[in-house]
Write a protein that binds this ligand. Structure first.
Ligand code: GLY
Length: 295
């Protein structure tokens, strides 16, 4: 088990290891003063892990509610967000109670934004169940929903109370979703950790991803601690995302996954960089993306 501590406007631990879903109740007891927790999840993840998460919280004495919405970026919108807020209000959650985001990046972004805004802010925990969410979306406090005009256009910087990356929850991940997360790992390689690119090229990290995940999160921690609100060095983490978000939007959030779009966006960024006279890294990047199974 590895722990990375993030010192932002709130200090919290990101724990990476196995069997962590069963410790959710203890983590929630540290994070929340109240006795009610609402788990937010989607239709892909809930059938696998909702009951395990619920039992852990119940063992710790919590009353557990669940809000499950249809999986997919196209549901990370104002409609789902308002339905969640109405549900929390209907169930009388107070600011002492808490939310748990159980799922990938879509679940984490939506839950975080609801946590930031319901009653002007209630605490939440992130339990990322994909590589992509573990190495990027669940850490650093960016929360958001998409608007008609584009991705992540309404959101807040709002840090979780803790992040539990339970690698056991990846057992049910389809291979293409794991490849999708590799786009964000390659991003950390392209912005400074070239060894990560070698590790990905070898491919054996899939058996034991803890070290790679912890390393990516440590890079993210460093940038978030320098620039929590994304006005300077944190923008390195947006490599490939500007054009990538446009590609996702053009595909109505269904034709391309986030990782695929970021892969395309990074190649575009490398091409633009080369046009500006910098070293041309486009060809090795394309080779690695193809090797991983990304466009
Ligand atoms: N996903 C980029 C960031 O958190 O800054």
């Amino acid at each position: 088990m590895t722990t990375v501590t993030v010192k932002a406007s709130q200090t919290y631990d990101v724990t990476i290891g196995r069997g962590l879903l069963d410790t959710l109740g203890e983590e929630a007891a540290r994070a929340f003063q109240g006795r009610t927790v609402c788990i937010v999840s989607d239709s892909n993840v809930a059938p696998h892990y909702l009951s395990q998460a619920t039992h852990s919280l119940e063992r710790a004495g919590f009353t557990v509610l669940a809000f499950v919405f249809p999986a997919g970026e196209e549901h990370k919108n104002g409609h789902t967000y308002l339905s969640l807020l109405e549900y929390l209000a209907q169930e009388h959650l107070t600011r002492a109670d808490g939310l748990v985001a159980l799922g990938g990046g879509v679940v984490g972004d939506l839950t975080g934004f609801a946590a930031a805004t319901y009653l002007r802010g209630i605490p939440f925990l992130q339990l990322p169940t994909t590589l992509l969410a573990a190495v990027d979306a669940s850490v650093g406090g960016k929360t958001a929903i998409d608007l008609e005009r584009g991705k992540n256009l309404a959101g807040a910087f709002y840090q979780p109370k803790a992040v539990l990356c339970d690698l056991d929850t990846w057992a049910t991940l389809p291979a293409d979703i794991l490849s999708d997360g590799c786009a964000e790992v390659i991003k950390y390689g392209m912005i400074g950790d070239a060894d990560l690119l070698d590790t990905l090229a070898k491919g054996d990290f899939r058996e034991d991803p803890e070290e790679v995940v912890a390393r990516c999160i440590a890079h993210k921690r460093d940038l978030v601690e320098q620039d929590e609100f994304d006005t300077g060095s944190r923008q390195l983490l947006n490599l490939g995302h500007t054009i990538g978000h446009a590609a996702e939007k053009l595909g109505n959030y269904t034709d391309l996954t986030h990782g695929q779009a970021v892969a395309i966006g990074m190649v575009a960024a490398m091409r633009l960089s080369a046009l500006l006279g910098n070293e041309d890294l486009t060809a090795p990047l394309i080779d690695l993306l193809k090797h991983i199974g990304l466009p």
